[in-house]
Design a protein around this ligand. Structure first.
Ligand code: CO
Length: 208
């Protein structure tokens, strides 16, 4: 990748945008009012706006390895807080993807240094759903299912935060679990039953 080319690309992009709308950047600089918080994987193949077909300003985006929402991660916790309390997003999306290198790495018996504590969160998801996962003989299918269950568990982690619980009660914020299928380009809605999870989670994690 020629870094110089990026600046040429940017120049062309600015020209195209201004051709379509002379006030494009003027309007963009006025502020943001996104409706969606998107939490996805850092994987270079899984974009946020492009796969959703949305434009700049429509989603507040957080990406990390394997789309995780760990309780003690100041970065994802700050993103959720800002998006929910200040931007007042109406939807929170956790989007995983099949063939996620992070999920795959977590399941290997290997010391990965600084990645160990991060990836251990995925091992915990495996342990929680061990009975179901161990029944799946095909390794590919087992990894795919772990990707889906990881998305589900991260949605639950989102619900465990006080600000999301408050926003759910006060304005019915919704949480969505999706998986991007790299093989087909399709976005799959895992149709996570929020009310069922809510009832389950709130028994233990109710914060106010
Ligand atoms: Co990934």
């Amino acid at each position: 990748m020629d870094i110089k080319k990026i600046f040429e690309n940017n120049h062309t992009w600015v020209k195209d945008k201004l051709n379509q709308d002379p006030d494009y950047f003027k309007n963009l600089s006025k502020g943001q009012n996104p409706d969606i918080l998107y939490i996805g994987c850092s994987d270079s193949r899984v974009t946020a706006e492009e796969l959703m077909g949305i434009s700049a300003g429509e989603a507040f985006v957080h990406r990390n390895i394997a789309n995780m929402v760990p309780n003690t991660d100041l970065s994802s916790m700050s993103v959720i807080d800002y998006a929910v309390v200040h931007l007042k997003v109406q939807h929170i999306v956790v989007c995983g993807h099949y063939y996620c290198g992070g999920v795959k790495a977590a399941m290997q018996s290997q010391d990965l240094g600084i990645l160990n504590p991060w990836l251990r969160n995925i091992r915990d998801v495996y342990r929680t759903h061990k009975d179901e996962l161990n029944l799946i003989e095909d390794e590919d299918s087992r990894y795919k299912r772990l990707v889906e269950l990881n998305v589900q568990e991260q949605c639950i982690n989102v619900i465990k935060t006080a600000e999301v619980q408050r926003a759910y009660r006060e304005r019915g914020i919704t949480i969505h679990g999706w998986v991007f299928d790299i093989h087909t380009g399709k976005l799959i809605d895992l149709k996570i039953d929020l009310s069922k999870i809510m009832a389950n989670v709130m028994e233990i994690y109710h914060l106010d």
